[in-house]
Design a protein. Structure first.
Length: 234
């Protein structure tokens, strides 16, 4: 059975979604703020998230980025924000689709049939291939990476990483065993305008190895593929 996480701080919206989803045999969890949404996502592993951007404790964009740190669960934004810039920001952060609540939606319901159709499409696109499973904690013999809590432990202690170091580690760990190109790493960590500044990667990879590898000069986990990119191996 498909599990849906509904994230919205407007009770009438949540109620309408829960009633319609449960009537169609979906299992539904709900959250009225971003922190609760991230906790529920980690605990309940929904198949799709329906997310409002205007939350009381954080912007929905932050929720999307928090999810994308460890999961590829489809995120369907349902928001009253209509500007193209805001839609682009949500999609660039990792949302899979965007449905706008119409003006006057408090008294005029939004298109439930369209929303449900988009939800079904998002779930279909996300069906796992080859038995892949998402994990939120990655363990090696020397350290542990908690992608939800955004923490790294080594020899029983927290390892302090800078935001850039963490983002680089996050991208590599989420692609365990796969070659990640230099350009992809630069654009995901530093932004879309970067793509040739490979010296950045050399500096920050050296810092990660120094903090996490048993022998930084002979790395086991952060492997360089010369001229191509980097690979994280457990």
């Amino acid at each position: 059975m498909t599990r849906v996480l509904v994230v919205d701080d407007e009770p009438h919206i949540v109620s309408a979604l829960v009633i319609n989803l449960e009537a169609r045999t979906y299992e539904v969890d709900s959250a009225s703020d971003g922190a609760t949404a991230l906790e529920l996502a980690a605990a309940r592993h929904p198949d799709v998230v329906v997310l409002d951007l205007g939350l009381p404790d954080m912007d929905g964009i932050e929720v999307i980025r928090g999810l994308r740190g460890w999961t590829r669960v489809p995120v369907l934004v349902l928001s009253a924000r209509h500007s193209s810039d805001e839609k682009v920001e949500a999609l660039d952060a990792g949302a899979d689709d965007y449905v706008t609540k119409p003006f006057g939606y408090v008294t005029k319901p939004f298109g439930m049939d369209e929303l449900l159709a988009r939800l079904r499409a998002a779930v279909r696109r996300a069906e796992p291939v080859g038995g892949e499973q998402e994990v939120s904690v990655v363990e090696t013999e020397g350290f542990t990476v908690d992608l939800v809590a955004k923490k790294v432990h080594r020899e029983g202690r927290d390892v302090r990483l800078t935001p850039t170091e963490w983002h680089l580690l996050e991208v590599l760990v989420c692609n365990t065993g796969r070659l990640v190109s230099q350009k992809q790493l630069l654009q995901e960590v530093w932004g879309p305008s970067y793509g040739t500044e490979t010296n950045y990667l050399r500096v920050y990879m050296a810092q990660l190895r120094r903090k996490l590898e048993a022998d930084p000069s002979h790395p086991r986990h952060f492997v360089t593929e010369p001229g191509m990119g980097y690979r994280f191996e457990r």
